[in-house]
Design a protein. Structure first.
Length: 168
């Protein structure tokens, strides 16, 4: 059974940051890892990769595939372009158990959310909402820390599901 886990929120609400937090939290459990930034395979040891100046306070979109004992998780943070997201999902769909994606809350024709809802089964989807960006947070680490609770909820959900699945 394939399960979609959606990090949803408005534009610039911290969806990509939350996806990085999920990546960081799952990394210690990974037996193998593939991390792609801007389509290129990179080595990474858990640090968040930020965009170049002048956008260096914004995390880079990424795709990660983590082999965890007994299952695989894909994290795809770039969800703004429906065609690119569809290609990224299709590239991992047959090989993973969980697909964590970031989507805006808008469900209009041509949106990534509309594509996901119409193309993929909805039976195994869990959604986690990230509230709007807190403008008083200016340091990147404060912004990351603001998304840790959401990241922990998502990781705990994944780990509980897999533990239950292992018992069957």
């Amino acid at each position: 059974m394939k399960e979609f886990i959606i990090i949803s929120g408005t534009q610039n609400s911290g969806k990509t940051t939350a996806a990085w937090v999920v990546y960081q939290r799952l990394l210690p459990y990974a037996t193998h890892l593939q991390l792609y930034i801007c389509g290129s395979l990179v080595s990474n040891h858990g640090e968040i990769v930020y965009k170049p100046i002048p956008y260096n306070d914004q995390p880079e979109d990424f795709k990660a595939i983590l082999d965890l004992p007994g299952y695989k998780v894909a994290i795809i943070s770039g969800g703004d372009d429906d065609e690119l997201l569809e290609a990224e999902i299709d590239s991992v769909y047959n090989d993973v158990d969980f697909i964590v994606i970031s989507l805006r809350t808008s469900t209009r024709p041509g949106s990534s959310r509309h594509m996901v809802i119409t193309k993929y089964p909805k039976d195994y989807t869990r959604e986690f909402f990230t509230p709007a960006f807190k403008h008083h947070l200016t340091h990147p680490m404060d912004i990351v820390n603001d998304k840790r609770l959401l990241g922990d909820k998502i990781v705990n959900y994944i780990l509980v599901q897999t533990t239950y699945r292992d018992l069957l």
